[in-house]
Design a protein around this ligand. Structure first.
Ligand SMILES: Nc1ncnc2c1ncn2[C@@H]1O[C@H](COP(=O)(O)OP(=O)(O)OP(=O)(O)O)[C@@H](O)[C@H]1O
Length: 241
């Protein structure tokens, strides 16, 4: 049964690529307005899972629901912002032109489009680089521009695949402040990470290892239940170490 305030519901989802079983019987509920972190080592299945949540990929068995509707559903795409792990930006265009392109895909036009571009560039602190070609951006700047693009249409759910990779600690802090602001407005955020201190910032975490969700809870709960001092230690204990 799907809980009434669930934004995301994952029911017995498994995924195989050929003979490789990448997700194994995942069950998960993510509630409105929470920052949910998917924490796991490289190759654990985080990207495969988040792609399914927005209908970019299909499970081999099981079902994914978004806003109580079975995925994939094209109608729901406008309510979701997705920042992929690799930046989907056009290097030969300026940041402004990139954002204009993404804004028009979401049907943002004229004054509203100009306002949103200005706002999201302020959020990611790139306003002074608006007219610069993206090919001249650093890796961290590209990540921030990708985040800006995902924010343009003020989505109700924001799915961020390793959003702060390559971003320095000062900016990382300010990006997390942005996440908290969005949460306050009721946005649901799903963030994949393998950085432990970032995991601590989430309301709840799903620990994923070898395609299995080995534990779900707040960072505090996960540490208390395993009698651990850190999330890293809790992860190792849940993983059977
Ligand atoms: N399209 C695909 N075809 C075949 N195998 C795939 C495909 N996509 C992912 N995989 C495999 O699935 C496993 C999980 O990959 P996934 O990208 O979901 O992990 P991840 O936890 O996001 O890792 P990372 O933190 O490195 O991004 C890996 O072994 C990967 O090689």
């Amino acid at each position: 049964m799907i809980k009434t305030k669930s934004v995301v519901s994952v029911h017995h989802v498994s995924k195989a690529f050929g003979k490789q079983q990448v997700l194994k019987d995942i069950n998960l509920e993510i509630m409105k307005g929470e920052i949910f972190g998917l924490l796991g080592p490289s190759g654990a299945g985080k990207t495969t899972l988040v792609k399914q949540l927005i209908g970019l990929d299909m499970p081999t068995s099981g079902e994914n629901f978004l806003f109580q509707k079975k995925m994939p559903s094209l109608k729901l795409i406008e309510r979701v912002g997705y920042m992929a792990q690799s930046d989907a930006l056009y290097g030969e265009l300026s940041a402004k032109e990139n954002l204009q392109f993404f804004a028009s895909l979401y049907g943002l036009k004229g004054k509203k489009q100009r306002e949103r571009i200005k706002e999201v560039m302020e959020i990611v602190q790139l306003s002074e680089h608006l007219n610069k070609l993206v090919s001249n951006y650093s890796g961290g700047m590209k990540r921030r521009l990708s985040l800006a693009a995902a924010l343009l249409h003020e989505p109700e759910v924001l799915i961020l695949d390793e959003p702060t990779v390559g971003i320095d600690p000062v900016l990382r802090k300010s990006i997390w402040e942005t996440f908290y602001q969005l949460k306050k407005k009721g946005t649901t955020l799903i963030v994949t990470t393998h950085v432990m201190d970032e995991a601590e910032k989430c309301d709840r975490l799903g620990l994923i290892r070898n395609g299995m969700l080995i534990a779900v809870g707040s960072p505090k709960e996960l540490k208390e239940k395993t009698n651990s001092m850190s999330i890293e230690e809790a992860f190792l204990i849940y993983g059977g170490a």
